[in-house]
Design a protein around this ligand. Structure first.
Ligand SMILES: Nc1nc2c(ncn2[C@@H]2O[C@H](COP(=O)(O)OP(=O)(O)OP(=O)(O)O)[C@@H](O)[C@H]2O)c(=O)[nH]1
Length: 496
């Protein structure tokens, strides 16, 4: 199983937790308002990525949203994985990249230090490097035996002393033996200790200092954290870093934890790179760290968030629909002033024409694709025509009529009224439409629709409806009078 599949399987619980909170956040709609940004930060914090990382990620996304004029939450979420990946500290020295090195493994009890040293001994020996192990965990007799088993499996030498011996002297012996045998990679296991125990932390400081002084090879101190401990891992890391000036992190037990975000919290806050991750107890369950793949496994890829849909809105189609919705909204918004400008141009260049005629002509040009206005305007007009049909089908429903008519400019209304006549509507319905048309015409004359024909929310709603229709390849079902439940079910379908 490749890195991504393995880490993706391991982090499925973390991912489910993230999606659940995201679903709740997006139920309220795609607007990029203060509530969205606060909700996103909260969602990240709930995923254990830590306050500092969550706040930096959201700040960067906000910046990008402004700079790139991102239309909605979809467009922002498309950038989320990159931001998460970028929040991990970049790797510094390549500790396990082939150069000679001495690596000390430290951490609290039971995080997986001995197991990690064993796994590394095997992997590095298989890669052709001369490895030697030092068991400075003289506190726990079983740890020495445990490492001996790993050493035998990897076929490497291990140096130790009896239980209770001074761990610093074991390190000293190991370095001497490494020099004598020409070992390229020296891996030293230390006893687990609580970061809150001052005595034990002082002892560890002494061990690390002895190694740093005595070694002729570069020395790296690596903290091993157990991902299942969640936020406590951050506190541990702070204390170990304060005492030992750490070089890197290894995060273990990423198989099956819902708290995988802790890896980002520690790496980001302490500026430490993650050099390996543990995804199981087996000898091959130690992997190189890849920030992008980790981010995708932690919060799900953008496409994957749509996969659970029951109505066939899946993967690329869903992504396309979402992106199209966002793009349409922006295009319509940008298209509106262009449409007005086009109308004005038509008026100027056509002496004797009425404003209405010129505008109708300009709109027709736009719809024919002759005028340089985005297609989205046409799509929006189509959606408005549908709304008119709905209203005409229920002439007694004043709300529907108002909703449909209120979204139209005077000019499109003129066209639609003509169409309605040819569609054979009842006289009473036409009278109702005419009455409303007059009201809209008056409003148009007063310039109510001149600059912004449609409100932001209406455009978003229409763009979403158009995308929904596109993605499903069939017309929208009969629209509900109240748009809210429809919108909610759309979000639910996308993220459940
Ligand atoms: N699921 C899982 N278990 C792991 C992983 N790494 C280590 N373990 C298990 O965690 C337990 C503790 O591992 P050890 O290697 O003994 O931990 P330690 O840090 O050396 O423990 P102390 O010496 O007491 O500090 C063992 O049962 C390991 O098999 C991992 O990546 N995933």
């Amino acid at each position: 199983m490749g890195f991504f599949d393995r880490i993706s399987e391991g982090l499925s619980r973390s991912r489910d937790k993230f999606k659940e909170s995201m679903n709740v956040l997006l139920d309220r709609g795609p607007d990029l308002d203060e509530e969205f940004w606060e909700g996103l930060e909260e969602t990240l914090i709930l995923s254990d990525v830590g306050g500092a990382a969550a706040s930096d990620i959201v700040e960067n996304l906000r910046d990008q949203a402004t700079r790139k004029a991102l239309p909605d939450a979809y467009a922002v979420l498309d950038l989320l994985n990159d931001e998460i990946a970028g929040a991990f500290t970049e790797p510094g020295a390549d500790i396990f990249g082939g150069d000679e090195a001495v690596v000390l493994f430290v951490g609290i009890n039971g995080t997986g230090k001995t197991t990690t040293v064993g796994k590394l001994a095997k992997a590095e020996t298989d890669a052709g490097r001369a490895v030697i192990l030092g068991s400075a965990d003289t506190f726990r007799a079983a740890a020495i035996e445990q490492l001996e088993v790993w050493a035998r499996r990897a076929g490497v030498e291990m140096v130790t002393r009896e239980r209770g011996a001074d761990p610093a002297s074991v390190c000293y012996d190991t370095l001497e033996r490494a020099e004598a045998t020409g070992a390229e990679l020296v891996l030293i296991d230390t006893a687990g200790r609580l970061h809150t125990s001052a005595d034990l932390m002082r002892e560890l400081e002494k061990v690390v200092n002895v190694v740093r002084k005595r070694s002729k090879l570069p020395v790296y101190t690596v903290l091993v954290i157990d991902a299942t401990t969640g936020q406590n891992g951050l506190q541990q890391a702070r204390e170990f870093n304060r005492a030992l000036d750490l070089d890197a992190l290894i995060v273990t037990k990423l198989d099956g934890t819902a708290k995988g975000g802790i890896a980002l919290a520690v790496s980001h806050e302490l500026g430490l790179p993650i050099v390996k991750i543990g995804v199981g107890e087996g000898i091959d369950d130690l992997r190189d760290f890849d920030a992008r793949e980790f981010a995708s496994a932690l919060v799900g890829t953008f496409d994957e968030r749509f996969d659970a849909d029951e109505d066939g809105l899946r993967g690329e189609n869903a992504k396309e629909a979402a992106v199209t919705a966002g793009e349409r909204r922006r295009d319509v918004l940008e298209g509106a002033p262009a449409c007005a400008a086009e109308a004005e141009k038509a008026v100027e260049g056509s002496a004797g024409e009425t404003v209405e005629d010129a505008t109708v002509e300009a709109l027709a040009e736009i719809e024919d694709g002759e005028a340089p206005v985005v297609d989205a305007q046409g799509d929006a007009e189509e959606a408005f025509a549908d709304a008119a049909e709905e209203a005409a089908a229920e002439p007694d429903n004043a709300d529907l009529l108002e909703a449909a008519l209120g979204r139209r400019t005077h000019d499109t209304l003129v066209l639609e009224t003509e169409e309605d006549t040819s569609a054979g509507l009842e006289a009473a319905e036409l009278t109702e439409l005419d009455r409303n048309a007059e009201a809209v015409a008056e409003a148009a004359e007063e310039g109510v629709f001149d600059d912004v024909p449609f409100t932001d929310d209406e455009l978003a709603e229409l763009a979403m409806a158009a995308a929904d229709e596109n993605a499903e390849g069939e017309p929208e079902p009969e629209p509900e009078p109240a748009p809210e439940p429809e919108k909610k079910s759309f979000w639910k379908r996308l993220f459940e």
